[in-house]
Design a binder for this molecule. Structure first.
Ligand code: BTN
Length: 272
């Protein structure tokens, strides 16, 4: 679909509307909004270290040093997309953290579907794709105290009304809701739709009630049944992706037919 060249939104994110619609949500307790930040995740981490409460929501209209996984950068254009970090303090072990990434991915899929009828797929561990192009990425970072989680930061970059052009300089072809539908979407409304769902799913996940999520994220996964290459500092592993397990780990059958369980950590995945 041809990209519609529209000027950037005149009005920025409607923070008053968000405050109002989120007044009963944990994400309405402490909304931190900046026109420009280096990175909403870095800001949320600093706030986490200073003891900011669960539900702290950091938003920016633009980032000067937006970060992705594996040291990559995240590109966006001012006033066009969602650049958001959620600070959570779940009473869980570090190896359960990536369930939260998956639960946020589901909430984003459903929020996007409700405002646009698009149906993104999950590219494990942290990306959302539409027709082979990246629509969103989630950067999950956490801090541990003793053996338990002190805080988790879930950073979401979602291309709503702008996506980077594929001029050969970006690693993955990207898209946006506008590029796919030709229609601009209210970011405040979309964010509310995502957070509303995420809060419900988060509470369920904390009660160990993850069966329904586990089934849904397997259904929405674009890698299952495909040949993949998992790259890490230790080298490459080839195999067939078979499942995402209850902790959000990817199960692959390697070339010897052995099951391997891959935790998201420092790996990147190539789909063939
Ligand atoms: C990835 O694709 O590897 C994850 C990208 C995550 C980008 C978001 S934008 C908001 C938040 N702040 C950051 O610096 N990164 C995340």
């Amino acid at each position: 679909m041809k990209r519609e060249q529209l000027p950037p939104e005149k009005d920025g994110l409607d923070i008053n509307l968000l405050q109002k619609t989120l007044s009963r949500s944990i994400f309405g307790r402490n909304i931190i909004f900046h026109e420009t930040l280096s990175s909403t995740n870095s800001q949320a981490k600093a706030l986490g270290d200073q003891g900011a409460p669960e539900g702290t929501l950091v938003l920016a209209e633009q980032q000067t040093a937006g970060r992705g996984r594996m040291g990559r950068s995240w590109l966006s254009r001012k006033n066009e997309n969602l650049l958001v970090s959620l600070l959570l303090r779940p009473p869980i072990d570090p190896d359960q953290v990536f369930v939260l990434t998956m639960v946020l991915a589901l909430a984003v899929i459903e929020g996007v579907r409700d405002v646009s009828a698009l149906r993104p797929l999950i590219k494990w561990p942290n990306d959302l794709y539409l027709g082979g192009k990246k629509l969103a990425g989630i950067l999950t970072e956490f801090s541990v105290k003793g053996k338990k989680i002190d805080y988790v930061i879930l950073g979401l970059g979602l291309n709503v009304n702008w996506g980077p052009e594929d001029d050969g300089s970006i690693l993955f072809p990207a898209t946006s809701i506008l590029a796919e539908t030709g229609t601009r979407v209210s970011r405040s409304h979309l964010l509310f739709e995502i957070l509303k769902r995420f809060e419900v799913y988060y509470r369920k996940a904390l009660c160990g009630d993850i069966e329904e999520f586990y089934e849904r994220w397997n259904k929405r996964s674009m890698v299952l049944g495909t040949q993949v290459e998992i790259k890490s500092d230790d080298g490459s592993l080839f195999g067939t992706a078979s499942q995402i397990d209850r902790n959000g780990a990817l199960i692959i059958l390697d070339e010897q037919g052995q099951k391997q369980r891959i935790l998201c950590g420092d790996v990147s995945l190539r789909v063939f």
